[in-house]
Design a protein around this ligand. Structure first.
Ligand SMILES: Nc1ncnc2c1ncn2[C@@H]1O[C@H](COP(=O)(O)OP(=O)(O)OP(=O)(O)O)[C@@H](O)[C@H]1O
Length: 604
């Protein structure tokens, strides 16, 4: 049997030949079930809908169109999965329906079961077929991407007067058209297949680049359209268009079609499997790193768990990381941990405190200098920190404090991955991973022209925000345990513990100096306590007296707290997915509209 379908149209785009295979491909040669006569929908008819993607392959059905069967629900959105039973233009029966937002809450298989006027009705949407059942009879439609399945019951006889079948697009019987009152054709074993000869091709095939090309070429255009992918009537095909000339004059054109639905399905399954494997790999990797590497970072609050997740990702990539957050929150600690968990862990980690370095020295320290390049220079010349960090990581701490001149030079390194020594003429490759950190608000610095915007964008490839300690008080106890045991080891004073009363005070304090302040407080307390227990008496007055002040705290409204949390959730997820909005949206299990509304609301 011929594998390809052929359609021949004349200059006026009228179909002159449509072979058997083409009819099979577009499912217009089938006996199509038990059958029904031709007709149109009437007021009061019972309508049963199963649509796996509202607006696609259903004639463009809109949520508003559902008012025809008594559904006025503003939460139904285009692309929703919908199952509905209602009466046409007659409110005598309350519609029954269910809808799901794609991706957000749609399960691979959903169903709706109800009873209308004593008849059982069910709609079942699976991963590749939709089944509508009424009074014991079932109507199954299989699909590749999307479909709009429809069954209509005559209200006076309770007989099926229309059901959807394959080839509905070619028959112009898309769901919306039928709901709009368009006449549908008769179906059934005794009904002749759709007569398409002499019909305008656009009445059978409304869309697809191949159909457009066919019409162009039939009218006299030239064609290079060979084995191209084109979706025709929702069916994935490979098409070629050939001109037909008779005695040197254009007579029409032929479209050769190959059905690649099954191939498409296999590709889809393969892609799904690959995505699944990738997800599993990431999960396993994250878990291993979580267990092995990021345990050095103490903190189990949701904010710190997220920081650790991001740090895991950062340690696996070579991208520039920008650590943001108040002073003392642990940015340097995190930078070292990222390096220590990366493949570069056995290579150098060079910590440069850019803020502490005099401006005149910064350039020569970072990039080195050739001998005799400036007064006071070592006569042998010097390798810079970028060279010393070769193969490893350079951590540019307090990056917000460097001069504009140094920023230009750094930008050059980030853009070209090369630099010159001071007084040097040979370019040196910067084979180094950059992690930068600042407690400044760089956007503010850019506004005040103290920081270059282009440098900010080069640095802000993988941002991680360290939350201040006052926003993750649940971490205080485990930080105390960790830090106190390090301190006791350093002081060689034996193990010490924090009493519950002192713990309460530590949790109540607002920690403007963050973890660094906690560390200093514990070191002082460990020195003060003669015994093994650190009590309230060993804590400084600013902490013990703070307890009384807590009650004067100005509480925010519930809405403000909620908004802060929402903003933080979106920001952190966006950072985690490298600003990939789609993935962030999926991870947050948010609908598209909701997600973009929040982005707009919080100016993210
Ligand atoms: N999660 C943590 N677990 C254990 N120790 C921590 C943690 N976070 C911070 N520290 C300790 O707190 C101190 C301050 O942290 P760090 O120097 O990394 O902060 P920073 O954000 O880089 O500060 P600055 O912006 O002032 O440079 C360090 O001694 C660090 O070891």
């Amino acid at each position: 049997m011929m594998k390809e379908g052929f359609i021949y149209v004349d200059k006026a785009a009228k179909i002159k030949l449509y072979n058997k295979r083409a009819k099979e491909i577009f499912r217009i040669d089938k006996s199509m079930g038990t059958g029904h006569p031709q007709g149109a929908i009437k007021k009061g008819d019972l309508v049963i809908i199963g649509d796996n993607c509202l607006g696609k392959d259903d004639g463009g059905l809109k949520p508003e169109s559902l008012s025809k069967i008594g559904i006025f629900d503003k939460t139904i959105r285009p692309t929703d999965v919908l199952m509905a039973v209602g009466t046409f233009e007659d409110g005598s029966i309350k519609p029954v329906y269910r809808h799901y937002h794609q991706g957000e809450d749609f399960l691979p298989s959903v169903s709706l079961q109800t009873e209308i006027l004593g008849f059982p009705v069910s709609v079942q949407i699976g991963s590749d077929s939709i089944t509508i059942s009424f009074g014991g009879e079932s109507f199954v439609m299989s699909y590749i991407n999307s479909i709009g399945h429809l069954v209509i019951i005559d209200r006076s006889t309770f007989k099926v007067k229309f059901y959807q079948t394959d080839g509905y697009t070619a028959r112009s019987e898309d769901l919306l058209y039928v709901l709009n009152g368009k006449h549908y054709r008769a179906k059934g074993p005794t009904v002749d297949a759709l007569d398409i000869i002499n019909q305008d091709i656009s009445s059978i095939h409304k869309e697809g680049a191949a159909i457009q090309e066919l019409c162009n070429v039939a009218r006299g255009g030239s064609s290079t359209y060979k084995d191209q992918f084109s979706e025709i009537n929702g069916i994935p095909t490979l098409c070629s268009v050939f001109p037909v000339d008779i005695r040197g004059k254009r007579d029409g054109a032929v479209l050769k079609i190959e059905d690649i639905s099954s191939l498409q399905k296999v590709i889809q399954q393969r892609n799904d499997a690959l995505t699944y494997i990738e997800e599993m790999k990431e999960l396993v990797h994250d878990k291993v790193l979580d267990e092995e590497g990021m345990t050095i970072i103490k903190g189990e609050s949701p904010a710190m768990k997220n920081v650790k997740k991001l740090a895991c990702k950062a340690s696996r990539s070579n991208s520039t990381v920008l650590l943001l957050g108040e002073s003392g929150t642990g940015k340097s600690h995190l930078a070292e941990t990222i390096h220590g968990s990366s493949t570069k862990k056995d290579q150098p980690f060079i910590h440069v405190n850019c803020g502490a370095m005099p401006e005149s020295l910064l350039e020569s320290e970072l990039f080195g200098y050739e001998k005799g390049s400036f007064t006071g220079a070592n006569s042998e010349g010097k390798a810079g920190l970028f060279e010393k960090a070769r193969g490893g990581t350079i951590f540019l701490d307090e990056i917000g404090d460097i001069s504009l001149a140094a920023q230009v030079k750094l930008l050059g390194v980030l853009q070209n991955k090369t630099f010159f020594k001071l007084g040097g003429t040979t370019s040196i490759t910067a084979d180094v991973r950059i992690i930068a950190a600042t407690n400044k608000n760089l956007e503010e610095e850019i506004k005040n022209e103290r920081f270059r915007e282009d440098l900010f964008y080069r640095l802000n490839v993988f941002p991680i925000w360290m939350p201040p300690l006052r926003e993750r008080k649940e971490d205080i106890c485990c930080l105390c345990d960790e830090i106190l045991s390090q301190i006791c080891e350093k002081l060689q004073c034996g193990e010490k513990f924090v009493s519950p009363g002192a713990q309460r005070l530590l949790i109540g304090y607002h920690w403007p100096g963050n973890v660094r302040e906690l560390e200093n407080t514990l070191e002082r307390a460990a020195n003060m306590a003669d015994g093994r227990i650190i009590t309230e008496h060993h804590l400084p007055e600013r902490i013990t007296s703070h307890q009384g002040k807590i009650r004067q705290t100005v509480w925010k409204s519930f809405q403000e707290y909620t908004e802060e949390a929402e903003k933080r959730a979106i920001l952190e997820t966006l950072a985690y997915y490298n600003n990939d909005k789609k993935r962030a949206m999926q991870a947050l299990k948010m609908g598209k509209t909701n997600f973009y509304q929040k982005i707009k609301k919080y100016n993210l």
